[in-house]
Design a protein around this ligand. Structure first.
Ligand code: ATP
Ligand code: MG
Length: 418
């Protein structure tokens, strides 16, 4: 029978079996952030719509097509956050964080929302982890944040990851470059896709991202930003590359790399994974030296990234779910049961306090039913409490069963090792 109510299109429930894999990713990220001094900052799930219009940029796909925008009862326009950087910068300005020692290093994790066509690796509610280093233009910060994401993907064992690196130059240099690019696009208007043609003057960079064959042909001969970097922009990019080389981080320079948000300047990067098909990016980011000022704060250089938890899970395959925690099941289905019932609760509590996962029957099953249940939940051991006050310990993998000292159950189960 089909359920009458289903999770909205592009959303999903995180069922218990899937929660473990997610928790492992979040814990690995939290540890990496903490060791590097990136402190957690949580912002609301919705913000004033204007924050994203100004911050992300009116010409971007995110603002033009992908935002969940609604009016509250007071007539304010609010939007479910499609990304994390504009809200973090809003919080940085609102809380006067420019007065703190710079840079301010922050991290976040949580749900984000984009009205996109759902497909593998692309949802309407998805989850990102991110790091932001606000208040320095040092290339060391670029190298550091890139290495945080590289470390995370490495530690999690995400296979087939490749780092692509580019630079958009400063805002002024980019402006001059964009004029050159627009001239190139106008000169080949007839060969471009309609979508790209209509946006030549609004967002010409997006043309590099197009799947359209005609457009790809035009872009093959287009001028690139990386190719036209000059002065301090070129020095900055060279310094970032040197630091990554020295750290042994492998990357390819991609002169056509662009990102879907307007705020990026200078360094941009993308970690792609060959296991992911069309939605190949696991995470990416870049510098956004103008954003804090644009949101009403002082001129403040910054850099950061965001990674998609669902994309990481996809890249890892579903194997995560299989790694259940080893646990003990305590069977107390004997006699009238009152004594062994209390004993089961006491023993489970003792094991839990010792850090061992332990459960007991809560459904009044027969002894046979309990053994079956223990097997079904994947218990590694079953403890049978006997009327006599003795106990038996069964190793579920081997089927071996032996008498056990219930007064020393933790030791008996761990063999002295925890
Ligand atoms: P894409 O090109 O895949 O649309 P993007 O450029 O829109 O990515 P960002 O805005 O940089 O992505 O977001 C950072 C990360 O968030 C992406 O690398 C991806 O892992 C994840 N992500 C973005 N949009 C979605 C989505 N709709 N569903 C799931 N994950 C997403
Ligand atoms: Mg996108």
């Amino acid at each position: 029978m089909a359920a009458k109510y289903q999770a909205p299109r592009g959303t999903f429930d995180v069922l218990p079996a899937a929660a473990r894999g997610r928790a492992r990713i979040e814990a690995a990220a939290a540890a990496i952030f903490a060791r590097a001094g990136y402190e957690p900052l949580a912002t609301p799930v919705f913000e004033d719509t204007e924050l994203f219009e100004r911050g992300v940029g009116k010409s971007t796909d995110i603002v033009r097509k992908e935002m969940f925008t609604f009016e509250d009862k007071g007539g304010r326009s609010l939007t479910l956050r499609p990304e994390g950087t504009a809200p973090i910068c809003r919080a940085y300005v609102e809380h006067g964080m420019h007065k703190l020692a710079q840079p301010v290093k922050l991290s976040y994790a949580g749900p984000f929302f984009r009205h996109e066509r759902p497909q593998a690796g692309r949802y309407r509610q998805f989850h990102q982890l991110g790091a932001e280093c606000i208040g320095t233009d040092s290339p060391l910060a670029d190298a550091e944040v890139i290495m945080l994401l590289s470390d995370l993907l490495g530690e999690l064992g995400v296979p087939g990851v490749e780092l692509r690196l580019g630079s958009l130059g400063s805002l002024e240099a980019r402006r001059a470059y964009l004029e050159d690019l627009k001239a190139h696009l106008h000169a080949h208007e007839g060969e471009l896709s309609r979508d790209v043609r209509e946006r030549i003057d609004i967002n010409p960079l997006r043309a590099f991202d197009s799947d359209d064959e005609g457009t790809r042909g035009v872009m093959a001969s287009a001028p690139t930003i990386v190719g036209s970097l000059q002065g301090e922009d070129a020095e900055h990019f060279a310094a970032v590359r040197e630091l990554l080389d020295a750290a042994g981080i492998v990357y390819t320079v991609d002169p056509t790399l662009v990102r879907g948000l307007d705020y990026y300047t200078r360094t941009i990067f993308s970690f792609v994974c060959d296991q992911l098909g069309a939605q190949s990016e696991v995470g990416g980011g870049g510098r956004y030296d103008g954003l804090v000022e644009q949101l009403g704060g002082p001129a403040t250089p910054a850099i950061g990234w965001a990674a998609g938890i669902e994309r990481i899970l996809l890249a890892l395959g579903e194997e995560e779910d299989a790694k259940a925690q080893r646990r003990v099941f305590i069977s107390h289905a004997t006699g009238a049961g009152k004594i062994s019932r209390a004993k089961a609760l006491a023993l489970a509590t003792e094991l839990r306090h010792a850090g061992i996962a332990a459960e007991f029957d809560l459904a009044g099953r027969s002894p046979k039913g309990q053994l079956k249940h223990a097997d079904r939940i994947g218990a590694s051991w079953v403890v049978f409490l006997e009327d006599s006050g003795e106990g038996q310990l069964r190793d579920m993998a081997s089927g071996e069963q032996r008498a056990v000292d219930l007064g020393n159950l933790v030791e008996e189960i761990t063999g002295g090792e925890l």
